[in-house]
Design a protein around this ligand. Sequence first.
Ligand code: NAP
Length: 347
Amino acid sequence: MPSQSDSASEFDRLKREALMNSGKNSPGDSSFLIPNTVFAFVGGIIAAYYIFKFVKASLNCIKVFCFGRSVSGAVDFNKLGEWAVVTGATDGIGKAYAEELAEEGLKICLISRSQDKLEQTAKEIEENSGVETKIIVMDFSDTTDESYNRIEEVLKDLDIAVLVNNVGMSFSYPENYIQYPIKSHIDMLNINCHSLLRMMHMVMPGMTARKRGAVINISSASGVSPTALLSSYGASKAFVLSLSKAVSTEILYGSNPNIIVQCVTPFFVKTKLAGIRKSSFFVPEPNYFAQCALNTVGVWDHTYGCLSHELQAAAIQLVPSFVSRIIVYRQLMAAKVRYLKKNKKAN
Ligand SMILES: NC(=O)c1ccc[n+]([C@@H]2O[C@H](COP(=O)([O-])OP(=O)(O)OC[C@H]3O[C@@H](n4cnc5c(N)ncnc54)[C@H](OP(=O)(O)O)[C@@H]3O)[C@@H](O)[C@H]2O)c1
């Protein structure tokens, strides 16, 4: 009777014969190593590609955010024209962009809804930077042609170097889509999207004719992936990001590559809209944020604006999107509960 080891070696012999007959080799043969080597080689190339990308992005971030405009390769705004036009310019990020561009020597046209705040901001800019200013009172929830014609009347003869589409509104507190008033959703679209469409369409033909100019569109990190409980805000910011990238591509590969269209998608910045009173590494002051973001104009057509926000974006990209969506939902739900509790106490 054959032993167990006899039948095993008989089985191995038959298997080797079968493999040789079918033109294949046994797993012990060296030719079986070829696929492994190929896999290792391809894996190595992919790993090297990602390491290269990571190192390149890190060096770029250091160059852009740590060494200022002379090293970053950002555009010289004075070569683009005389005026910067900033919407939502009396507070927060918009005011900071206006102040930083005035420091660069550009004349500033401020557009916002409160006349007294516009006059005050214009006065501060003139005193601090010694540049000329203009103000236009406009409530961007108003979408009529008459209102936009009024803006066009002031802007039509200006040599506009930079347009900053900054004006924006968000939810007054995180809320489910259907429980938030439809009027507020519509205002959000009109202020965040309609204004930007009209302003770009108004200003870019002049830039095209002069073959120079930059458009900076302020979106939000909430526009990069869907944000539950801030649904229409996030959606409006996704519109801004998508439109900016599309128009930037048209320009880059079209006939007028000298015009820049950049989209900025910040995380939290210390402003009224964010409702955060204390700044930190991750929640910068608006002027610091604007300085950093201006260093990237002409370098990147999409930026999170400053180093800490680029780092937050990189960290989020490492997490599967369904996980980050749940985390953000839970954080905003907690904020909603806190808001409702506080409001109940106040009433
Ligand atoms: N702060 C953040 O954490 C953050 C993060 C991501 C994205 N963003 C975006 O950054 C932009 C600026 O936000 P912010 O935080 O700087 O806001 P903010 O401090 O509240 O300032 C908003 C500015 O827009 C003006 N404005 C508001 N509603 C207007 C309207 N209907 N018509 C005309 N002007 C109006 C305000 O003028 P009045 O003072 O007269 O109201 C003010 O000058 C927004 O697009 C926002 O979505 C902000």
